[in-house]
Design a protein around this ligand. Structure first.
Ligand SMILES: [Mn+2]
Length: 401
């Protein structure tokens, strides 16, 4: 120790220069390689559509009417201020499509997730399209649109499910990567059903971040937000052996849902499992099981997998959950190593939120997913993935109906 302390600072820094570059150092290099073409196009478009700025404005890239990213507090809120695609028939022209599912008729305690899509879009205005660590600039590297919301039917889960499946099937089959803003977790069944309509004989593994198992057949006599995976894994394209659940635990896991596990042998890691065995173990566990015999992986991210202290704006908050950086680490590694076919982020309930923190967490999960898809070369897609097929009604496994 004494020797280390006595060495001159220059020598000590010199020995560090032999080490591999840090993430921060790599980030500086990556940024230098990113283009600015998309940004320049946005500026020209802003000046064209929003008029040149007043004479006193020295920065001549600033228009009179805000158009595009800046300033962050201004403008009409789509997700990340992406173009609003009113004509959904054109969704296949984009690499990624964000869609809201404002549905909370499946909640069994606190409602409010019907405002989730609005809340996530509003706070997403805080974000730039650039991530320092990832060295990704979404504006430069992919095309993103916001198709608005599915027309859900309040107080009718089944009709809403039909609308959701039809909408998700449409986006998925176009080749645009679907990102779904929930909504309560009952939407996990119709979103997966929508994807399965276009899988032909291909299969999807589901990686589910949550504190709750959500595997009951019914709850309060309906298919509520406690039930999506019972029904999704009844579809032949989504076998229960490929359902992986990360972060389960606490005092809100219904015994009825636990029964499902004994019968169908799915895969759970509790928060303690994850912290004791390590994040990399959890990532390997999830990928091994979700990818066993499947062609793609769907990610269902319930915001309540994170400790309730970070995400107060949710339907069933549960203390003792994952730290945000633990969840983001696992998500990033999983996205980088699996063919991901879609993402949903559910259970953000803005009426119970504080300072938009829960909605911001959802925006972060979404932006990180897009960033890791770019880093791993999954986006932009050069062609439609081979697992996307013509529409067919997904087959159910009869004995579990
Ligand atoms: Mn949950």
């Amino acid at each position: 120790m004494t020797e280390e302390r006595d060495r001159p600072l220059s020598e000590s820094l010199d020995s560090h220069s032999q080490e591999p570059p840090s993430e921060a150092e790599r980030a500086l290099e990556k940024e230098a390689r990113l283009p600015l073409t998309g940004w320049q196009q946005e500026v020209s478009r802003g000046l064209d559509l929003g008029l040149e700025g007043a004479d006193s404005i020295r920065d001549r890239s600033i228009p009179t009417f805000s158009r595009g990213e800046l300033p962050h507090y201004a403008g009409i809120n789509t997700f990340l201020k992406a173009p609003y695609l009113e004509d959904v028939k054109k969704v296949g022209e984009y690499n990624v499509a964000v869609v809201g599912v404002p549905h909370d008729s499946g909640t069994t305690y606190r409602p409010g997730t019907r405002f989730g899509p609005q809340g996530i879009r509003r706070i997403s205005a805080l974000y730039t399209p650039y991530s320092f660590e990832l060295g990704v600039d979404l504006r430069e590297q992919i095309t993103l649109c916001d198709v608005g919301d599915i027309f859900t039917i309040p107080a009718n889960n089944e009709k809403s499910f039909d609308q959701i499946s039809k909408g998700i099937a449409h986006i998925f089959s176009s080749g645009a990567f679907p990102i779904i803003l929930g909504g309560d977790h009952s939407i996990g069944y119709p979103t997966v059903r929508g994807i399965c309509r276009h899988l032909g004989d291909k299969k999807v593994g589901i990686i589910h971040f949550d504190r709750h198992v959500d595997t009951q057949e019914t709850d309060l006599d309906e298919r509520m937000h406690t039930c999506p995976w019972f029904h999704a894994t009844n579809i032949k394209n989504a076998p229960p052996k490929n359902l992986v659940q990360l972060g389960i635990g606490g005092w809100q896991v219904p015994r009825e849902g636990v029964k499902f596990y004994r019968e169908r042998a799915s895969n759970i890691l509790t928060v303690t499992d994850i912290t004791e065995k390590g994040l990399d173990y959890a990532v390997d566990f999830a990928l091994e099981r979700a990818l066993d015999g499947t062609d793609c992986v769907y990610i269902s991210f319930d915001i309540d997998c994170i400790d309730a202290g970070f995400v107060p704006g949710t339907g069933w908050p549960e203390p003792g959950g994952l730290l945000p950086r633990e969840a983001l680490y696992m998500l990033g590694k999983i996205v980088q190593r699996a063919p991901i076919c879609g993402l949903e982020v559910v259970e953000v309930s803005p009426p119970y939120d504080i300072s938009d923190m829960t909605a911001l967490m959802a925006a972060r999960v979404i932006c990180d997913t897009m960033g890791h898809l770019v880093v791993s070369g999954q986006l932009p897609r050069k062609e439609k993935p081979a697992y996307i097929h013509e529409e067919a009604e997904p087959e159910l496994v009869a004995e579990w109906r």
